[in-house]
Design a protein around this ligand. Sequence first.
Ligand SMILES: NC(=O)c1ccc[n+]([C@@H]2O[C@H](COP(=O)([O-])OP(=O)(O)OC[C@H]3O[C@@H](n4cnc5c(N)ncnc54)[C@H](OP(=O)(O)O)[C@@H]3O)[C@@H](O)[C@H]2O)c1
Length: 281
Amino acid sequence: MRVLITGSRGQLGQALQSHFSPSHQLTLWSRPEHDIAQPSIADALAALAPDVVINAGAWTNVDAAESSPDAAFAVNSLGPKYLAEGCARCGAALVQISSNEVFAGELGRFYREYEEPGPGTVYARSKAAGERAAGRVLDRLYIVRVAWLYGPGGSNFPSKIGAAADKHGKLRVVADEFGNPTYAPDVAAALERLLAGERYGIYHLVNEGWASRYEWAAELLRLSGRGHIPLTPIPASEWPRPAMPPAHAVLVNQAAAAQGIRLRPWQEALAEYVKNEAPKA
Ligand SMILES: NC(=O)c1ccc[n+]([C@@H]2O[C@H](COP(=O)([O-])OP(=O)(O)OC[C@H]3O[C@@H](n4cnc5c(N)ncnc54)[C@H](OP(=O)(O)O)[C@@H]3O)[C@@H](O)[C@H]2O)c1
């Protein structure tokens, strides 16, 4: 398959690159040369005419989006629209990566693919608008929602928790925000299988199970030999942010699982990440 990866320098982009090479013919695009927020990206894509485009590019600074909504919408909403336009012109399929945060995230709710989004923050609204914008242009479209993504070499929750634990010797972590810790290399592997089936639609590719931020941090510390570091659970209200995330935007993989595509439990994936990547205490 001829696969184009946009936003290829991010943590998912890197994981896709590792997984899809060398068995597929890869083209890697990143900004500033290939800025998905520019309408001309559609022309460049149509000229390249790949089989599949995986858009791993996004405005991912959730807090900064609150004060720069136009810039966030340009990347997260117009970007997928332009890519979908380019795909429509050359017959390519598009994988638009989206987020668990498109859901309102009410406590106790578990969100399957058919649920209606109810985005709260600017970032979440921009991602939900990106899903709709691509869907209006293209039929050969996969909307792939992921959650709490981390991967080798990225700046992410596990890497920050490890660094903060070493710096401060103790931690306070939010215990009433829940999600699916999801390992980017596992998403890449699942995506390859999904693409082989050519069943377009909405998918939730997350590692099995869910956790609070506190539980995720505790498991990371335990696995990385830092289990002795005191960890205090706190409510999200004691960790105010410009963009308050949904409390329980926990995804369920129903649609890919129906095709036999499941990601392993999050604890197993985290153990592999720690073994390979995280600096030990
Ligand atoms: N991280 C999470 O917890 C999480 C959770 C749910 C969903 N997601 C979604 O998963 C996807 C991948 O996230 P990630 O964690 O891999 O993000 P990431 O590491 O922040 O990577 C995003 C990439 O997008 C690039 N980018 C930004 N603006 C661009 C533009 N205008 N044109 C082209 N590329 C642009 C960035 O370029 P630079 O390298 O130049 O900055 C970066 O390489 C995104 O769609 C995100 O919304 C992530």
